[in-house]
Design a protein around this ligand. Sequence first.
Ligand code: SF4
Length: 499
Amino acid sequence: MTQAAIAPTTQRSYEIRTFGCQMNVHDSERISGLLEERGYTVADAEATPDLVVFNTCAVRENAANKLYGHLGNLKVVKDEHPGMQIAVGGCLAQKDQDSIVERAPWVDVVFGTHNIGSLPVLLERSRHNESAQVELLEALETFPSTLPTKRESSYSGWVSISVGCNNTCTFCIVPSLRGKEKDRRPGDILSEVQALVDDGAVEVTLLGQNVNTYGVEFRDRQAFSKLLRATGDIEGLERVRFTSPHPASFTEDVIDAMAETPNVMPQLHMPLQSGSDTILKAMRRSYRSKRFLGILDKVRERIPHAAVTTDIIVGFPGETEEDFQQTLDVVEASRFSMAYTFQYSQRAGTPAAEMGDQIPKEVVQERFERLVALQDRIAAEESAKRVGTEQEVLVTNDTGARGEQTGRLTGRAPDNRLVHFSLPHGVETPRPGDFVTVPITEAYSYHLIADPTSAEEYCVRRSRAGDAWDRRQAESCGTGSSVPTAGVNLGLPSLRVDA
Ligand code: SF4
């Protein structure tokens, strides 16, 4: 065994490369938490890490080709850095399993979506045995939220309420990779939310592939609305969001809970996928466009300023021009503030990939461009309605290059719209996690501008999340802090809130 092979974990640095959806982003926070608990440290941007973890996604087009491209590039780096390890996890690992080390024998560990917690042990075992370790489970070993988590943001956090999905949408690989829906107990979820709030978070997003069916395992059809209401009782939690609901199982008690729980934000992500009932049927999505629009009407009746976002697939097999026109009609009627639009492409392992009548690429592209143009226009019109209103903005730390040029800071309005705001002369600068109230002065499709003309038009509210930001800054500068904080949150705190 070489010296590098027995290097203690306390000296090792890591980098995680995350692909895909918010579930994966949250899983990567857990992978960070697990590794840091074992003494790994984040690699410096310029340095070569001792460990690179790929958290992969099988949903996006060409995911496999892209992964093997990255792995090929990394082989050269690994050859020059003895002792470096490469691990591949996530949905693509769950799907391709052994074939990953067959195609890329320099990979040290392959782990699946059901056994994230095994990663540190598999890395040790691979180093010790000097051989690749491939371990994937067909079912969930530990509910992922019971793993340590290193949160990327001091002001907001993600909390899984369920994993897996009992639906069988014909374009989706999730059910075969993430398994049947598993629900977490409400008390455990609320305890984790409370722990995040205790750690300074003011915003929490509840995560599940299909949050509306939450409770199916313990047979409570109203479990999700009860959970939303229960988050309203958590002191210090100012903003609650959730993603994603499914239109087929969206019930009115959820709309009531959203409208009647002040910290549940006026925002809804409701995946449409298609406006054609024929295509929805072929997708095996059991709602129809009329029901979809009916839900939006009810939501807007109770929550007039709700911003609704969606997902749409263009060019599903068999989609005719008439079907596509129906999608455009539903989009026009729905007034989405934003849509994640996808061009359909075949995914091996999904029923839709086997369907006849796949739509030529150029037809899909042309329809896609029409859809994007329509959605951009609607988004601009909806944003324009915010001009002249006052918005309370949760300040974030992603100002970006443009912000550096303009001097504006960035945050999110209650409806989750992006707001770039400037500071009038002489006012207090907010920290990420603080709130500012500003007048909206300009609107674009996907962001708003707020340029208050005087200090009277600007108000800052310091928050616990801003204090948590200060503490993190002090710690990263090595100046320490008198206030104890949990760098790695253990997911299941001792405090328990019963629901
Ligand atoms: S609801 Fe459909 S698209 Fe969403 S995860 Fe389940 S199968 Fe996939």
